[in-house]
Design a protein around this ligand. Structure first.
Ligand code: 13P
Length: 255
């Protein structure tokens, strides 16, 4: 299937940034900058505290809301956690799951990722499942083994229809926040590997429809060459999503 059959998906992961008032200002400016954009799915992922305010700002706009994490249980004695029904209620359509920062600093594992993915899907949230190798794993020639482990673990026992609601984000850890972007060829190579793996784990038909984003130092200057790769369907943007102008330029990668 041609890339043109998959709607490009550009998401801004704000990480631990933006107070509520800053989030409103950023989203208001972004909304004005991308008002004329069609044919690209635009997503912002503010911190939990700003989700409700951002949700209000983007009502009736072409911007969709994502959370940065979710807990696997719906409710109960789990102090500090936020559940899928709560995210749905505040207006989220998407949720980022298994970001490398959560794997690195907060003990996220393939098993917890898989439980969170299932909880998200059960409540109509689309998971953006992050996978990616460390620099030492790449240098040891283990990139494909690590990606296979993350993808296989993350989507374990999902039905084909559930898989179609998922987005995979390939984020090489060495490219995150380092200014060291993967080359378009490096990104394409891994994206192509992921699509082949999805075909094996599910079917060629499903694999051809799932969108695979690239993340890691995506900037206005490199977005269009990355997006020109046949298996790169979108971007998961960190630093450059914290300013409306740079994120809007990435959203407009093909204009
Ligand atoms: P940077 O764009 O800041 O490298 O972050 C990428 C990322 O981790 C998005 O989730």
């Amino acid at each position: 299937m041609e890339r043109t059959m998959r709607t490009p998906i550009i998401a801004g992961n704000w990480k631990l940034n933006k107070t509520v008032s800053e989030a409103i200002a950023l989203t208001t400016a972004l909304k004005a900058s991308v008002v004329d954009v069609n044919g690209v799915e635009i997503i912002v992922a503010p911190p939990f505290t700003a989700l409700a305010a951002v949700s209000d700002v983007i009502t009736d706009s072409n911007i969709r809301l994502s959370a940065q994490d979710v807990y696997s249980e719906d409710s109960g004695a789990f102090t500090g956690e936020v559940s899928a029904p709560m995210l749905k209620d505040v207006g989220c359509d998407y949720v980022i799951i298994g970001h490398s920062e959560r794997r690195q600093y907060f003990g996220e594992t393939n098993e917890s990722v898989n439980q969170k993915v299932k909880a998200a899907l059960a409540h109509g949230l689309k998971p953006i499942i992050c996978v990616g190798e460390l620099l030492e794993e790449r240098e040891a020639g283990r990139t494909e083994a690590v990606i296979e482990d993350h993808v296989t673990g993350g989507i374990a026992s999902l039905a084909a229809a559930e898989l179609l609601s998922c987005v995979i984000a390939y984020e090489p850890v060495w490219a995150i926040g380092t200014g060291k972007t993967a080359t378009p060829d490096q990104a394409q190579e891994v994206h192509n590997f992921i699509r082949g793996l999805l075909a094996k784990l599910s079917s060629a038909e499903v694999a051809s429809q799932i969108r695979i984003q690239y993340g890691g130092s995506v900037k206005p200057e490199n977005a269009s060459e990355l997006m020109a790769q046949p298996d790169v369907d979108g971007a998961l943007v960190g630093g450059a999503s914290l300013e409306a102008e740079s994120f809007a330029q990435i959203v407009k990668f093909d204009s």
